[in-house]
Design a protein around this ligand. Sequence first.
Ligand SMILES: Nc1nc2c(ncn2[C@@H]2O[C@H](COP(=O)(O)OP(=O)(O)OP(=O)(O)O)[C@@H](O)[C@H]2O)c(=O)[nH]1
Ligand SMILES: [Mg+2]
Length: 331
Amino acid sequence: MPTNLPPDYYTVEKRYQAATDPSEKAELLEEMLSKIPKHTGTDHLRADLRRKLSRLKASGGSKKGASRQGSAYNISKEGAGQIVVIGPSNVGKSALVASNTNASPEVSEVPFSTWGPTPGMMVIENIQVQLIDTPPLNLEHIEADLFNLIRKADLLLIMVDLQADPEQQLEETLSILKDHRIIPAHLADPADGELARRYFLKPCLVLANKCDDAQGDENFEIFRQLLESECPMMPISVQVTRNIETLKQAIYQKLGIMRVYSQAPGEQAIMHLPFVMPIGSTVEEFAAKVHQDFAKNMKSARVWGPSAAFEGQTVSREHILQEGDIVELNM
Ligand SMILES: Nc1nc2c(ncn2[C@@H]2O[C@H](COP(=O)(O)OP(=O)(O)OP(=O)(O)O)[C@@H](O)[C@H]2O)c(=O)[nH]1
Ligand SMILES: [Mg+2]
């Protein structure tokens, strides 16, 4: 077993071991695979999990697996993170995706206008993330596949309408999520291992939309004070473009990622094309991301930027990189 697996991996592994339903086991295997850093040290483990996954799909999990393949909610991740926009009807989910990505879901004052998911790419400085519009979450009509998408997301944006009844909307949304074994990560005590075994803990950000003016700011303050528990939230207005840049920064922070730049020996770093990696990644993980052979054949590495003691410091494979570092790999 490789020693440098993230703690999340072991949490999911425990749930995998406890699960009995083949389709849930397959889902958890996929989640375990997504959490393993890709480098030569983890090749065997990844191959082993993939074998188990294909065996599961070929046996009990196959029917479900096949139907999921064909589901509109089976959307492959693109860019630096998959972010799913959820919430009640008419709060502005489609408007957010339509005005901040290349996709154009229908926006309408008529409730229940969205029937399926629509992914689009949103630019945040020099990276892109995937934003997915979804149909309204409501008790009368629950789309099972939507929850599979939510469980796999890197981040949930829970949208409510400040001009309606945001407290009730948030409460109802959280309750529907909980019924489907999804809990916002900030509401869970990290020491409560039992909770992490039974639920999918997802990073969430609550967006109080339609905060169009000063009156909206006041409504937001009231909304915030009425909430029982602290929760990461921000007011925005899609319509008059208020706080959208701040939202992009918040999304970037919540994804737990960093940008690292590659520099070939004797050349300038390529600053418009960062490598996006989980915070805490090492030089070896960076090398594997640049090219699988690099992690194996690398003789030395130099770093410029926040993690370097001085510019151009020669560092080990285990050196932990930081946001904005420039790395030169020498074979
Ligand atoms: N005042 C105001 N209206 C907004 C804002 N954002 C969206 N709207 C309006 O709210 C209505 C609903 O927007 P949609 O984006 O269709 O809402 P939705 O959440 O996708 O709704 P469903 O698809 O039914 O779930 C439309 O008339 C939008 O123009 C905003 O920031 N301020
Ligand atoms: Mg919509």
